[in-house]
Design a protein around this ligand. Sequence first.
Ligand code: NOJ
Length: 568
Amino acid sequence: MSLQRMLKLLYALVLCVSANEDFDWTKNERGSFYYGTFPTGFSWGAGGSAYQTEGAWDKDGKGMSIWDVFAHKKGKIFLNDTADHSCEGYYKFKDDITLMKDMKFNHYRFSISWSRIFPNGIKADHINEKGIKYYDDLINMLLDNNITPIVTLYHWDLPQVLQEKYGGWQNASMVNYFNDFANLCFERFGDRVKYWITFNNPWSSAVEGYETGEHAPGLKLRGTGAYKAAHHIIKAHAKVWHTYDTQWRSKQKGLVGISLLADWGEPVDITNQRDIEAAERYVQFYMGWFATPIFNGDYPQVMKDYIGRKSAQQGLGTSRLPVFSSQEKSYIKGTCDFLGIGHFTTRYITQKNYPSGRGNSYFTDRDLVELVDPRWPDPGSEWLYSVPWGFRRLLNFVKTQYGNPMIYVTENGVSEKVQRCTDLCDEWRMQYFKDYINEMLKALKDGVNVKGYTAWSLLDKFEWDEGFSERFGLFYVDFLNKNKPRYPKASVQYYKRIISSNGFPNQREVESWRRKATETCSSSNQLLAADPLTSHMEMVTEIVVPTVCTLCILLAAVFLMFLLRRRF
Ligand code: NOJ
């Protein structure tokens, strides 16, 4: 055997051995349950976001965001719902913190509404102190209750003025405007907030905001809009990270990350190389689009290849995927102290060629098709199938691709359709949490560096283009009642037990949780059923009582006049 062959063989052997240390995709026992607990200090919590929960859309000096304007346009949102009032979290945050305290949360994830702080998006125009006070109070009360705030700076609600004047994320000037906003948040809240998330799920902002137009601002710039928006978002993220790093980190000692959403993509046929590559492309076009520049300095090679080739076939001189200069690459690389992961579901992926032509889009650029297994449970949102094993795979993918970063799961949960809303005994949600959290525990055993888990979401809330028709909450919110009362679903009890046991101690105990949780939910169901009566009583006190009183006073006055007349 030649020396060269021997070296090659040795190299192959080393590759095999190191691959064995990694998670073995083919041997994932999909059905098995793992009893065990999380490391001490593992952080449990839940989340929400400003536009989805706060309400008070035009109160105390808040400016309009692109979502305020978009939701007010007819035909954009299911049943033309808006989040003008939503859960009224702006007024009810104290009640909500009591709920969190009772569940023994370690953290709560929320977002700051940019236009509540800078009504026109721009610092030089006006700073709204009332908006700052709201977040001050929220943060202080969380800390008083030993709940760590995890704060997102951008959960999709760009100030409308920036959209109108500059075209929003299509324009590079957003980088500096966003940096000004973030800088003010660091200045005013950073003494108390130690976990910052620059962007929540920028994939949606880019693709649904600027490519399909299903989300605000509703633009349909197929094949270019999403790439351009993402390019500016990535630069804005990096700039904000550097601002924190150079101006605030030494004083405030916090961390700055980004929260990326990704479904897992599994090859339809794991023995077919084309399917394997298509599935990898699916994840790279989803999470890798943002994560690869941030961890490794540039877009995934496969995106550059595919979009570049398709652009050339269209006869374009340059790729529709923008290019980072080498300076930008080194500026962006390494700008992540922790990675937030939002994960809900999985798809099977197979290869499919889309011939290049006029119809190019983000979706056709990927050359693949998404499939689902009809046996997967799909209790709520149309797109959300419960496939717990995909979560472990995604977490392991992150570990190997990006050098095992510190991870916080920033969103994970399941919805139910509005038709089922009166049933607070949410069996399927308990099952979903149990199985997904268990897969996360397995990932931890695989060596993935997960530090915390955020159930999505604390409350039922405005679900973007689906309005209020999809409920993700641990707590049911009665949106028809002016007071927006919250009722615990059975999953509250279930999640509470996972938290207090810091995982799944043993089979006997875990099996009793579901029964106990369902016992309590029937009493909550009764409370909810009595709710129309309460609302009716409110109507009586608010409308009937004042009307009757006014009538009595009028009658008394007439009677008095009559008496007086007769006397004189
Ligand atoms: C991701 C978004 O960040 C969140 O706001 C939304 O509620 C969930 N997906 C569920 O659709």
